[in-house]
Ligand binder design. Structure first.
Ligand SMILES: Nc1nc2c(ncn2[C@@H]2O[C@H](COP(=O)(O)OP(=O)(O)OP(=O)(O)O)[C@@H](O)[C@H]2O)c(=O)[nH]1
Ligand SMILES: [Mg+2]
Length: 323
């Protein structure tokens, strides 16, 4: 392009009348939409959300049933706001109150969204995936099948016949193979998601990344570190309550109470001479400092309250409500 041509083009782009900056902003078309991330436990839903946001927001672990509450991750890029809804893994089995609440939370996310990301593990299709599929079929919006953990497949050329098989299960809008952990193909997935986000006013300011409070995020970080320390113990039998959260110029002071079901769990979490709880505290503090961009002073307490994860009243007091 010659300079002369460029300057002519910019002249042509000038408005014929004077529009102040504010008025120009008002006529800009914005997009905003909700995207539900669903799937059975442990397929990598929260990892996917964190990598899309480029920030660790939702906790993850090798154990199933890590995510317990719905959590929103907001990504605003220019005129498009994508509001991702991370959900607890939909699962079969146990009818404890906590399990019922988690399944309901996940199922509710399928309503009133603009796109559904149905996440599975590339390596296998299980009975639980089948049960999620039956729920997803009732969604009244496009469903994208996200085939995660492709990095774990032995031979990459295994993938095509697998994808062809999967496409027979339902009329998916698209099937996208990815590796959330290794950031593979996430760009493509995001562009695809954007194409389904309708015009609309943006709900969140552009620098807001979640609907959750700092207290909630702090409790989740502690829960993640504990879940990672517990062996075969059931992660949903641990709850964390923030008793103090005070912001000061010098540091944020946080006190967290860890509730467990059994004495054995308390012993594991404390560890020999308290070495485990120290490690949990240290790792949690580092994550909190990264998230809040501020120095954190963290205190941890631990209490046994048996039966709380099947006790409706105890659950309600911790913020888990059955409707
Ligand atoms: N190899 C590999 N591992 C992954 C990938 N994505 C997630 N993971 C791992 O899978 C495990 C489960 O990840 P999460 O993100 O906690 O899974 P989730 O679906 O949110 O699980 P729930 O909250 O329990 O329903 C973690 O150990 C992740 O590191 C991936 O692309 N490749
Ligand atoms: Mg999760």
């Amino acid at each position: 392009m010659t300079e002369e041509f460029e300057s002519k083009m910019s002249e042509m782009a000038m408005p014929a009348f004077d529009v102040s900056e504010n008025e120009a902003a008002e006529v800009e078309v914005t997009h905003c939409g909700y995207i539900a991330i669903v799937g059975r436990p442990n397929v990598g839903k929260s990892t996917l959300l964190n990598h899309i946001l480029g920030q660790k927001l939702s906790i993850t672990s090798r154990k199933p049933q890590t995510t317990r509450d719905q959590i929103l991750g907001v990504k605003t890029e220019g005129h498009i706001q994508a509001i991702y809804v991370d959900t607890p893994g939909l699962h079969l089995g146990s009818d404890k109150a906590m399990n019922r609440i988690m399944n309901k939370t996940a199922a509710a996310a399928l309503k009133d969204v603009d796109v559904v990301l149905f996440v599975i593990d590339a390596d296998r299709w299980t009975e639980e995936d089948e049960s999620v599929l039956q729920k997803v079929k009732h969604a009244r919006c496009p469903v994208i099948l996200v085939v995660n953990k492709v990095d774990q497949l032995d031979q990459q050329d295994d993938l095509l016949p697998r994808l062809a098989n999967l496409s027979d299960r339902m009329n998916f809008s698209q099937i996208v193979p990815i590796s959330a952990l290794r950031n593979k193909n996430l760009d493509r997935l995001e562009r695809l998601v954007e194409s389904y986000i309708p015009e609309g006013t943006q709900f969140y300011p552009e620098d807001q990344i979640t609907n959750r409070s700092s207290r909630f995020l702090a409790a989740e970080i502690v829960r993640e570190k504990i879940t990672r320390q517990l062996g075969q113990e059931v992660p949903y039998e641990v709850a964390v309550q923030i008793e103090e959260f005070t912001y000061e110029e010098s540091a944020i002071h946080i006190s967290a109470l860890i509730l467990v079901e059994r004495n054995g769990q308390k012993r594991i979490i404390i560890g020999e001479r308290g070495d485990k709880i120290k490690l949990i505290g240290k790792e949690a503090r580092i994550d909190m400092e990264n998230l809040f961009q501020h120095k954190v002073m963290l205190n941890l307490w631990i209490k046994v309250r048996s039966g709380w994860s099947d006790d409706e009243r105890a659950l309600a007091s911790l913020g888990y409500q059955e409707e």
